[in-house]
Ligand binder design. Structure first.
Ligand SMILES: *Cc1c(COP(=O)(O)O)cnc(C)c1O
Length: 433
């Protein structure tokens, strides 16, 4: 796979280089210069393959010769150690559970794959490096968990003191070993600003060899194609056509789905399920992109006012808004509708959706009402409901089983270093530790 920039289609770098650099440096983002097609034989036989087999095959098609096959197999098998099962709700709707990884959200797929690819891409360099991440929620714990214990790497997380949920704080601060959590007396924006300043500081970079591991890294997108193929494989009868409803914030998950579709996965349509943060919906209806500032909702991982992956989607469609509309339907769902969807799914099926999956469910219902048809609707369930236990009332709350790996964390000892929101203090800390 060769990669170009969304702003410079003539650029051509290897996958390993794109992963190392993170961004092309021209203000754009790395995207595949062309997307390889999977074979008809692969699609016909995919129902007979396990998820790890599908993951490896899709990776092999995408990365085509970028890594020797045994190394690629090690990367994929080391990263994807948990399932992405499809649960049927009824004849027309199923839920694709993406929360079976170590930190209970789909971010584990991307973070774990990226960690292994980065180690691989740097295997010849003997020096260690530091992964520096600002986090307001799921990303930090997924990245820390993914890089935990990798030799030569240290992870430093910055999170805003008092502004993450108790469960999130437990997930961020109970790591040991090569992970350090910095509790910053400020906001998430302060944390992001500090990280940016750190990357711009030569002395600091020379001392710590900083790496950004952020969500815009191409290595986080590719493994997210695997589970779209797996969902298709697990459907059983596949003649009706599939519609994926994707709870969306920064649009990474949707971008991965669109890449899978461009590889040949037969998808009728994608639903970009949005909460009140509807900049993408407004862009699709008007053709004019106007970023905004995010408002807070129940599905907080989707509270994004300027989705980072939109330039990638536009580039995949050569900026043809009509083609984007044919492939993607957008729906904006309010918090009241989200609560309504949680209650409805619990009443009808005894199944508990997390608030993000609930947005996906409601958005799919809206598409079905408009489009009709007998397609198989698949809602991506992006996080485990136990991560959002405060959202639920009885009796839904009582029916949620908190997974053991979360329970263990909640009892763990908080390990964090408190720092003011100043760069001088952050730099001093990073230079000395
Ligand atoms: C990050 C996240 C999302 C949004 O995914 P994008 O790829 O940023 O669109 C949705 N749900 C959960 C639980 C998340 O953590």
């Amino acid at each position: 796979m060769r990669l170009c920039s969304t702003l410079n289609r003539g650029l051509s770098v290897s996958f390993a280089e794109a992963v190392r650099r993170g961004i092309p440096g021209d203000g754009g983002l790395f995207i595949p210069a062309s997307i390889p097609l999977c074979s008809a034989g692969f699609l016909r036989g995919v129902g007979g393959l396990s998820f790890p087999e599908i993951a490896f095959e899709v990776a092999r098609i995408l990365l085509d010769g970028e890594m020797p096959e045994t190394d690629l197999r090690n990367v994929v098998e080391g990263a994807i150690t948990f399932d992405a099962p499809l649960r049927r709700l009824d004849d027309t709707t199923a839920v694709l559970e993406l929360f079976h990884g170590p930190t209970l959200a789909f971010k584990d797929f991307g973070a774990r794959f990226m960690a292994r690819v980065m180690s691989y891409a740097r295997r010849d360099g003997d020096e260690g490096y530091t992964v520096l991440v600002a986090t307001s929620g799921d990303t930090g714990s997924a990245v820390a968990s993914a890089f935990q214990g990798i030799p030569g790497v240290s992870v430093v997380l910055l999170y805003p003191s008092g502004r993450v949920s108790q469960i999130q704080e437990s997930q961020l601060t109970t790591f040991t070993g090569n992970v350090t959590a910095l509790e910053i007396a400020g906001t998430f924006d302060d944390c992001q600003r500090l990280v940016k300043s750190a990357f711009a500081d030569r002395e600091l970079d020379a001392r710590r060899r900083l790496t950004s591991a952020n969500s815009i890294n191409i290595a986080r997108l590719l493994p997210q194609t695997f589970y779209y193929f797996n969902a298709f494989a697990r459907l059983g009868e596949r003649d009706r056509g599939v519609v994926f409803s994707v709870p969306s914030g920064n649009l990474g998950n949707l971008t991965a789905g669109l890449i899978a579709w461009k590889m040949g996965l037969p998808v009728v349509r994608f639903v970009a399920a949005l909460n009140a943060n509807d900049v993408v919906g407004r862009y699709f209806s008007s053709g004019v992109y106007t970023p905004g500032s995010a408002v807070t909702t129940l599905s907080n991982a989707m509270d994004v006012g300027d989705p980072g992956n939109l330039p990638r989607i536009r580039a995949l469609f050569d900026d043809d808004i009509e083609a984007m509309r044919r492939a993607v339907f957008t729906a904006s769902v309010s918090d009241d509708e989200t609560r309504g969807a949680i209650a409805e799914v619990f009443r009808k099926y005894g199944y508990v959706l997390d608030p993000h999956g609930a947005v996906g469910y409601r958005a799919l219902a809206r598409y079905r009402a408009l489009a009709g048809g007998s397609f198989a609707g698949i809602v991506l369930e992006t996080a485990h409901p136990a991560k959002f236990i405060d959202v639920y009332d009885t009796p839904v709350r009582e029916s949620i089983t908190v997974p053991e790996r979360l329970q263990v964390l909640l009892g763990g000892k908080k390990n964090s270093v408190q720092l003011p929101a100043g760069f001088r203090e952050l730099k001093a800390f990073l230079m000395e530790s």
